[in-house]
Unconditional design. Sequence first.
Length: 98
Amino acid sequence: MNVGGSAAAAILDGVLMLLKAVWWLVIVAALISWVSPDPRNPIVRFLYAATEPLFRPFRRLLPPSRTGGLDISPLFVIAILFVIESFLIRLRMSGAIP
């Protein structure tokens, strides 16, 4: 029995679950932003605090003022999460992580 391999697989599963949770946070934050939510709402404050550090670098590169007022930073974050997730899944399937 390879204990190190199963630990690596468990860590990989945890990372994949974390990526999926961040993906959902980004989706919910993007959807909520369409309805001009109350900024005092605790859920809105949590979503803003959790996602704004991810969105900020992309907003600097391509601010909404240059895209007709449309904030496309969530699309960039989702694309990066997808690439990372795909890489980790392929890493597992290749046998590099037992």
